[in-house]
Design a protein around this ligand. Structure first.
Ligand SMILES: Nc1ncnc2c1ncn2[C@@H]1O[C@H](COP(=O)(O)OP(=O)(O)OP(=O)(O)O)[C@@H](O)[C@H]1O
Ligand SMILES: [Mg+2]
Length: 356
């Protein structure tokens, strides 16, 4: 459990390993962290469509950065700009400290596209070997690297099987293996787990964590929010070409509200009206109340005072927590309301019932 004072020698559990260390870990000083990606006021206009509309963000070396947003938000456009495949209409994009598209940078990065296409008549080792040749590998060194990568992604032993007979999960693994052929420092994964079954999903997720543990930086675009929540250090949520949220996953999904359960409350109508005015949500079940309010000390104290003034007892006080999916929905819904493109879909419990 997290504590206020760092505790030296505490056990830190990370991806199944137990190490001695300081808990909670000190907040990273971002000013000292090396920037793998710097996007400054990026705009990308396609004729009438502004696919990316003035976005700025930084990704630090060694982190997994989740790049989220609904269909058409501008994720792939941004990634293609970072890869130097398309050019910004305005703004600046630096990758590993150099302008996107720089040839030295291209040698140190790799890209797994949304729908990778491979020649179906080739075997996994032929495909990965082909990409190895493009990076100047040959002979025994190439074969060794190909074998290592196929083993890493779980495709060892596929031998003479051609990609025509591969499942979607297997093809995705081929894609990841080819993306690692140049031992990249920075990887761009565009939807690496889309359409995979839960087992393949988990394997790829673990593989992404493994790549981070090797010190690589991963820029991950995904609609699989549960994966993102589990693997990403920070995320941004894009909508309509603009960044709507940016930050550490834990901070973004921290509820910001508390739920107080109080019993034996005997409140007058005036007292009830006063409570509803000062809180976000009140539900009553006889003399038991569920009261949701902002998590500030002041707001919590107001509720405690109110409960005591009505002769009640506080049974529990719990900080509410959203999922990344709740937050995503909220952001997209807000964006759609602003742009007038909202569907008539009910909001999540938090966004609908709790006043901002
Ligand atoms: N080559 C292009 N020409 C014109 N418009 C484009 C082009 N590429 C993308 N767009 C438009 O730019 C916007 C952003 O598209 P983009 O592919 O970046 O979205 P995305 O976030 O990757 O979406 P998805 O989740 O569906 O992959 C969309 O409105 C799209 O139609
Ligand atoms: Mg896309």
């Amino acid at each position: 459990m997290a504590q206020d004072t760092p505790e030296t020698g505490a056990k830190i559990y990370e991806t199944g390993k137990v190490t001695e260390g300081v808990w909670p870990p000190p907040s990273p000083d971002t000013a000292l962290m090396t920037k793998a990606i710097q996007i400054k006021k990026l705009v990308k206009q396609y004729k009438k469509v502004t696919a990316v509309n003035d976005i700025s963000l930084e990704v630090y070396e060694g982190e997994i950065f989740g790049f989220l947003g609904p269909n058409g938000a501008g994720k792939t456009t941004t990634i293609k700009t970072l890869l130097g495949l398309i050019f910004p209409t305005a703004g600046e994009v630096l990758v590993l400290g150099k302008p996107a598209g720089n040839i030295e940078v291209k040698e140190k990065i790799s890209y797994l596209p949304e729908s990778p296409y491979f020649y179906e008549h080739m075997t996994a080792s032929e495909v990965v070997g082909f990409y190895g040749s493009l990076f100047g590998l040959s002979g025994a060194a190439k074969n060794k690297r190909v074998d290592e990568l196929l083993e890493l992604v779980g495709l060892q032993g596929t031998g003479k099987k051609t990609l025509r007979s591969f499942s979607k999960g297997m093809l995705q693994r081929v894609g990841i293996a080819q993306s690692l052929i140049n031992d990249p420092k920075l990887l761009f994964f565009d939807e690496p787990t889309s359409g995979l079954d839960p087992v393949a999903h988990r394997d790829i997720r673990d593989l992404i964590l493994h790549l981070k543990a090797e010190g690589r930086t991963i820029f991950l675009s995904s609609h699989q929010l549960s994966d993102v929540e589990l693997v990403c250090d920070r995320v941004s949520i894009l909508h309509g070409g603009k960044i709507r949220r940016l930050g550490h996953v834990d901070e973004l999904i921290a509820g910001g509200h508390v739920e107080v359960i109080a019993e034996h409350v005997k409140a007058t109508d005036t007292q009830m009206a006063a409570l509803k005015d000062m809180t976000s949500k009140v539900e009553t079940l006889g003399e038991t109340l569920s009261i949701t309010t902002h998590a500030s000390t002041d707001d919590k104290n107001k509720v405690l005072d109110w409960v005591r003034a009505t002769g009640g007892n506080v049974l529990s006080m719990t900080q509410t927590r959203r999922t990344l999916e709740d937050l995503f929905y909220e952001v997209v819904h807000q964006g759609e309301m602003e742009t007038g493109t909202a569907f008539a879909v009910p909001a999540t419990s938090e966004s609908m019932e709790v006043k901002p």
